[in-house]
Design a protein around this ligand. Sequence first.
Ligand code: ATP
Length: 934
Amino acid sequence: MSRSEQYERTEPETATDWHSRSLEDVYADLETSAQGLAAEEAGARLEREGPNEIEGEEGTSPLRILVEQYTSALIWVLIVAAIVMAGVGHTIDAGVIAGIVVFITLFGFVQDYRAEQSIQALKEMSTTYALVRRNGEKREIDATKLVPGDVIFVESGDIVPADARILEESNLSVDEAALTGESVGVSKEVGEVGEDTSLAERENMLYKDTVVERGSGTAVVVETGPESEIGQIATALEEAEERETPFQSEMDRLGKIIALGVVGAVAIIAVAELVIGDTPPLQVFLTAVGIAVSAVPEGLPAVVTLSLALGARRMAEQNALVRRLPIVEALGSVDVICTDKTGTLTEEEMTVQRIVANRETVEVTGTGYDTDGEFLRDGDPVETERVAEVLRCGLLCNNVDVGTRERDENETEAAESGEGERAYLGDPTEIALFVAAQKAGFDHRDLAEEYPRLGEVEFTSARKRMTTVHRTPDGGTAAYMKGAPETVVERCNRELVDGEIVALTEERRAEIEDRNEAFAEDALRVMGFAYRPDVPDDQTENPDEDLEREMVFLGLQGMLDPPRPEVPGALAGCLDAGINVVMITGDNAVTARAVGEEVGLRSTRVITGPELEEMSDEELAEVVDDVDIFARTSPDHKTRILQTLQAKGHTVSMTGDGVNDAPAVKNADVGVAMGIRGTDVTEQASDIVLLDDNFATIRDAVRGGRRIFDNVRKFVNYLLSGNGGEVTMIFTGSMVGFGLVITPIQILWINVVTDGIPALSMGVDPPAEDIMERDPRPPEEGVITKRIVTSIVGIAIFMTVCLLPLFTLNFFGELIPGYDVTGALLGWSPGYEPGRELAQTMVFTGFVVFEIVRIQAIRFRYGLGLFSNPWLVLAVAVAVTLQLLVLYTPTGQLLFDVEPLALVHWAQIGVAAVVFALLMAVFVKVQDRYFEQY
Ligand code: ATP
């Protein structure tokens, strides 16, 4: 019988006493051990227990999206209009309005639904991985696949993936605010606690979704998914309400302004027509409805939401996962990108190339993580003995392990069948040291047996070093330290030379420093190594910084981390786009400058962490614009640099990976986390996750953001100027006594169908050619600029000026009523009589044609040709076809009260459209003199 058949959870729902049982009991209950589960068994348990996830918000349900379509005031105006129409016997009109209401709501529904789906898909793309022991080895797996009985490893920056009982820990401290509401680090221990210990005091337990602040630990999973403590309190998971995007609030404000305008215009017309004129009330009502529908850009809200969501999806395809939609807008105004060095500008596949040991420099051959390589001095092989101590130190003071990485189904399958690719799991700096030691024939498992580890003083970016304590083969103890060379040398008073411990003189310190500089100038990342024989007894189990003194210096290892090939191009692109790029690194100034030069930073000025600390805020503010490298920084320096830049009015994007980077990432205008290398905590604090950790992706995201912004601006401009034209036309017609120059139903048709469809496709317009050549948009500049306001007014006037003659000519049979100057010029097609229906048809069709002209006029300014967006070509074709169906089919004529136009009418419209286009072209020239480009 297989284990999985035997295994029955005894008390799955109510087992809340995991903390008070003995470990043996816990193991027995879960049928597991410190070695974890077999992969097959874990698979069987996953089937039974279900995935380790808590049902979050499902997103908005389709029904709710549909209902939301009916919350707009406009829809209700239309519904009332339809009812009134039906009431006074205009059943056809009532029917058409009802049809259009259905169309608007369906159109909105489809857009919103697609947007919602895109957003959900984006949410699903962010996966958390957990390090687990299966089949006796470490594996990195999707955290949702954890099951009770799994043995997991956690370290600072991780979000605890499931409820678990601690087996081993080193300095482990967890922030359990997600569960207890209290945001202080809770120190964790191995052991048992009393049965009625409160959740907050169970120091031997880890709970899902809490955050590891410090240290590391191993634990056995006891509850997953909905059975976990956090799963029981569903409310804790509800995400903070999505902020309204700046776009949306601007659109809301706009909506209010339009509503006010409509009320004003309607009031004037009503007074004019009812009191002064002799128009029947129904006609006045119709005009009012006409004004209302012509002023409101019905298609706008849906189009904005959809283009944001689609844009975000496209960005995700390019490896920039947008976690908060509003950020898309801020992206376009980013003018400073602060970036890490290691892994973002560089490959983060490090190889040790040079070693200093026994006072001499040795070259190491081999590339990448390949374990073949030689040790050479002046081209001749040297015995590995000469470098063995430094390499051993690098392998002992090291947390890398070999296992499999399962980031997708294929990798899982391969791992399951024992064919999974062996991967180094851990920090790339340590991997380099691990590989270098392997080149000398060291085996990490053998070494771990010979020198069992007793304790660890953890690495942090602020400490820049790490120490481990070991039992030595001769029964003694020793501490091994590695870190930034200066911090290591500082703690040494002796050095090891040819097997003997000698005093470390000032002269020798200077020599080491020189060697370090020489490596750094070649862009090598340099680490120092030291050890301390005979660790004091009180420092073996739980060592602290006090241990790190009187050490014996062993040597240096210099590793190469080549720049990513795409970075120089991307960086140059950012500089062209008016975006300054600043490198903030923990590495030393010389290495940072050398790498900076390789990737094309201007390297005007370098400031180091210690220098930064000496500077006052004012001093920093004065020089910050000229600095493009900050070296030897600690994470809290990032926040200070960020605040200084922001205070100077910059819109800053900040990258981060470590736990302590989270505050800076959170407070940046655009916080960027690393998908591969980053900690869970930083990811949660971020706006965008780079799935490939690559700097070039930040540039792409900025371009994506600018493009979305451009597109929104284009269709907002397009829709509003069209609406402005309609309002002005109706208003003018009514004021000069022509009555309704176009029917409300025709306006609705234009706004929803012949404008709405092309506007939607403009949402996926390609980027303008100069998109990364212009300066970032000032952050206070919204979608609607002064220039766009003048455009709306100008276009409204031009449309009216060009369309009014079409109306008069076809209503009165003469261009200017009473002065027949054109009747002879154009003549009439046989069978056509001037009249309101014909004149309205002309204005109606004129608008449709003008709008198509207008689209191109807007797009030309962005350098986009007629056929650059196939969707738009299709949309225009659809709009034209539908308009022809309206004009030339009996049903269309019946529903929209139109007459089929003859060639002569099209000629009239053509002439008007040409005049309209010319007016626009002249106007653009005038605008260019007074306004910025957009
Ligand atoms: P970046 O900030 O660009 O990622 P970085 O990796 O050098 O650069 P940190 O991770 O803050 O920045 O590391 C700071 C310094 O600490 C490094 O330059 C190195 O000297 C040292 N260091 C890095 N990793 C370790 C480690 N695992 N153990 C000991 N020391 C380390």
